[in-house]
Design a protein around this ligand. Structure first.
Ligand code: TRP
Length: 328
């Protein structure tokens, strides 16, 4: 255990899928044994884009917490909490907003990209522009040294650092500069070969039943040129093989690729191997999900406990912040 502190967050903007599992969650589980970890469900961040229909927010939060725990995040090791339960984040967000030049926010690539990509929502809002300031408040509040993120979050982290430096420059050395803990994960493709994403409706969810997972894989398209069982195929053109690259052993990958190219095996055989491997990752998660869902009070207890711990740190940070600015 090093003395360093880790903080990361996830937006409850949909149900968790295997892309979230291998892209982030499994890494979070590993970090628990090395660092003091804070993991936060950032519900206010989800509202920056889903403000017009928050009807499923509580469902998504609950699904997220169940899956974090089922995947192996342990409340004895990590502090797990919900952002809106610690309103200090809002106060820090406000105070940081005073010192953040608009240009910094307008320059974040995700700001313009998402506005263009998401056509059904008006993202020309004050809250969405301030998304990185809210993220900086999550990170700085816990004086995190390390922030595990994927490559797409680098710009957000850079802004957090700039905000940190500007704050310290004006008001004295309050915050340590957070560093990213960049681990490049394989991008998990969905069942249609595009990036796994709820907006493409191509996800394998952690809450899917075994039958649903099996069905999703069985109906996946393969190499479109392999029409008959006797036609040789090209694994590189098959979304099924892309999933093998992530979930199957090197030997299995070599075997199914060879079988595909020589028409030695059919697409069903290839899919069976994938289903077996998905099941072996998901089965322990399904078991723990079932246990957790049978004890509804347990999650509430864990969150209350996590909130208490988070609030303690947040309270003491905010005292320092107010004092350093001269608010008393
Ligand atoms: N922006 C992050 C994402 O979409 C979520 C997030 C919010 C976050 N606050 C954070 C990540 C603090 C790391 C640290 O993935």
């Amino acid at each position: 255990m090093s003395g360093k502190r880790v903080l990361s967050g996830m937006q409850p903007s949909g149900y968790l899928h295997v892309g979230n599992l291998v892209g982030a969650l499994q890494n979070w589980v590993r970090l628990q044994d090395k660092y003091e970890c804070f993991y936060v469900v950032v519900d206010w961040h989800a509202l920056t884009t889903q403000y017009s229909d928050p009807s499923r927010l509580q469902d998504y939060i609950k699904d997220m917490l169940v899956n974090w725990l089922a995947a192996g995040i342990e409340p004895e090791k990590s502090t797990i909490f919900i952002q809106s339960h610690v309103p200090e984040h809002a106060e820090l967000h406000l105070l940081l907003s005073m010192i953040v030049p608009l240009g910094w926010l307008e320059r974040v690539p995700a700001y313009k990209e998402k506005q263009q990509e998401v056509k059904d929502k008006d993202l020309r809002t004050y809250g969405f522009l301030g998304y990185p300031v809210l993220q900086a408040s999550d990170i700085l509040m816990y004086k995190a040294d390390l922030v595990p993120v994927g490559g797409d979050q680098m710009a957000h982290l850079e802004i957090s650092r700039e905000i940190c430096r500007r704050f310290n420059h004006f008001y004295g050395n309050v915050f340590p500069e957070p560093e990213e803990l960049l681990t490049e994960f394989p991008k998990v493709p969905g069942v249609d070969g595009r990036k796994m994403s709820k907006s493409y409706d191509n996800c394998i969810y952690l809450s899917d039943s075994p039958a649903e997972v099996e069905q999703k894989v069985k109906t996946m398209v393969t190499d479109p040129q392999r029409v008959k069982r006797t036609d040789p195929g090209d694994p590189d053109l098959s979304p099924v093989f892309q999933l093998h690259r992530i979930f199957s052993t090197k030997e299995e990958q070599a075997e199914v690729a060879e079988g595909c190219r020589t028409a030695g095996i059919g697409c069903i055989d290839c899919k069976k191997v994938l289903i077996k491997n998905l099941f072996s990752i998901l089965e322990p998660i399904w078991d723990r999900r079932k246990d957790l869902l049978e004890k509804p009070g347990l999650i509430d207890d864990i969150i209350n406990e996590g909130t208490k711990k988070a609030k303690k740190v947040a309270g003491s940070t905010m005292n320092m912040v107010r004092e350093s600015i001269g608010l008393k």
